[in-house]
Design a protein around this ligand. Structure first.
Ligand code: S3P
Ligand code: PEP
Length: 451
């Protein structure tokens, strides 16, 4: 359960060079999917490198509540004994997905076509987030749902006892919606088709193929992706090696770019092209990042990232079509942009408004408090860079139960003129439980408490 009763204020101070090796944890998206597909296979799935953050632990607990055996056998090593496609049993209590949009939306999809009923809730952040984007397509399978006004949690899903396969064009760029439909399609007889206009992370497609589902993706002449899944497969248990999370790597990487004299190595990070937008953008801004030892691990391309301090970063415009491949990285990119020269214009970012917080608003208000000029509209964030060492800092920023907002402002504090505090760093444990020791080991000065 991930609701934090007591806020944990934290402060980052201007730091000396960051040096060393940053072993960031396993990928959050892949970790959720490994547990869920493990629970939907028959037999024993072994997972290594699982992210042991609160979001993923909540998904592990949920899989137990639906009848799978899920056991931790070592650090990041988990064994799941699945119940098969359509084999979930009705949970005896409410499923609490904590802070995790991915957890709740994917699990809703996975149970939707099993003819059982489950009620979902989450923390104060998750209970504000829209679920209609998932319940709309699930209704096409024959699913009923009732939640709070505006389609918010707590919400009860009455699964379809006799589901029908569907064809659905996802109206917003969302891997969570795509994945919920695919997971629901697993227990619907016939072919389920998902069409996405803008490519989003493809971990579900890769992992479904790995577990033996019949799934194919065709790219149409207009660029849309048509994903076809045959229902009612018998999923075969797998050995899943989870690569390290590029969205977590983003924090030490951006910190090293901004703190003079830094030189760090971040090994084994996923370079899946559907997740690579931040690194591409940073390099276009002039960042010194090299990708060493490229290889494949667990069905995903990975590399070791070598990152050196890059003083003269330039503002840039990120195109709308790149937004999905770096959607969780815009908060920390806006911090890098504040320390660069010139304007950075981030386009096509309205999905940021429905994450753990309204991330455009949270970054804009916090950066302004630190002395940075911001412009924003519904779908765009513009940061006026103040150049190397030019951000005054000296403010306390509100994190709104959002781990990425907390970590982003702490990165800013490492390079700003005066310390930057966050009102609550507790949510960092949802995705990056070792953030504090990892950053301390590199030489970053991050302390508990406000200024
Ligand atoms: O499918 C996933 O694992 C995720 C998809 C993205 O959300 P959306 O599907 O809402 O874009 C992303 O922001 C989230 O952190 C993880
Ligand atoms: C948006 C995020 O996660 P989720 O949607 O799973 O809560 C995130 O981790 O940045």
């Amino acid at each position: 359960m991930s609701s934090h009763a007591t806020p944990v204020p934290m402060t980052a101070h201007r730091s000396g060079p960051l040096k060393g090796v940053a072993q960031v944890p396993g990928d959050k998206s892949i970790s959720h999917r490994a547990l869920i597909l493990g629970a939907m296979a028959i037999g024993e799935t072994r997972i290594t490198g699982l992210l042991e953050g609160e979001d993923v632990i909540d998904t592990a607990k949920a899989m137990r509540a639906f009848g799978a055996q899920v056991e931790r056998v070592g650090e990041g090593e988990w064994v799941v004994n699945g119940v098969g496609v359509g084999g979930f049993s009705e949970p005896a209590d409410v499923i609490d997905c904590g802070n995790s949009g991915t957890g709740v939306r994917l699990i809703m999809g996975a149970m939707a076509t099993t003819g059982i009923t489950a009620t979902f809730t989450g923390d104060g952040s998750l209970r504000k987030r829209p679920m209609k984007r998932v319940t709309d397509p699930l209704a096409l399978f024959g699913v009923q749902s009732v939640g709070r006004s505006g389609g918010r949690l707590p919400m009860t899903i009455v699964g379809a006892a006799e589901p029908v396969a569907v064809s659905y064009e996802v109206p917003v760029p969302s891997a969570q919606v795509k994945s919920a439909v695919l997971l629901a399609g697993l227990n619907a007889p016939g072919e389920t088709v998902v069409i996405e206009r803008e490519p989003t992370r493809d971990h579900s497609e890769r992992m479904l193929a790995g577990f033996g589902a019949q799934i194919s993706t065709e790219v149409r002449a207009d660029g849309a992706r048509v994903i076809r899944l045959q229902g009612r497969p018998e999923l075969k248990p797998q050995v899943v090696a989870v690569p390290r999370d590029p969205s977590s790597a983003a924090f030490p990487v951006c910190a090293a770019l901004l703190v003079p004299g830094s030189d760090i190595l971040v090994p084994g990070v996923s370079r899946n092209p559907t997740r690579d937008g931040l690194f591409l953008t940073l390099i276009e801004m002039g960042a010194d990042i090299t990708f060493e030892n490229p290889r494949e691990e667990g069905g995903e391309p990975v590399a070791d990232l070598r990152v050196r301090y890059s003083g003269a970063l330039k503002g840039i415009e990120t195109p709308e079509e790149r937004a999905a491949s770096m959607i969780d990285e815009f908060p920390v990119l806006s911090v890098v942009a504040a320390c660069a020269t010139g304007r950075t214009i981030m386009r096509g970012v309205k999905e940021l408004r429905v994450k753990e917080s309204d991330r455009i608003d949270a970054m804009a208000r916090g950066l302004e408090a630190c002395g940075v000029t911001i412009e924003e509209d519904e779908d765009t964030l513009i940061v006026h860079g103040m150049g190397e060492g030019g951000v005054p800092g000296g403010a306390t920023c509100a994190t709104h139960l959002d781990h990425r907002i907390a970590m982003s402002f702490l990165v800013l504090g490492l390079a700003a003129q005066s310390p930057v505090s966050v009102d609550d760093g507790a949510p960092i444990a949802t995705s990056f439980p070792v953030f504090e020791p990892l950053m301390a080991e590199l030489g970053a000065k991050i302390t508990r408490g406000g200024v």
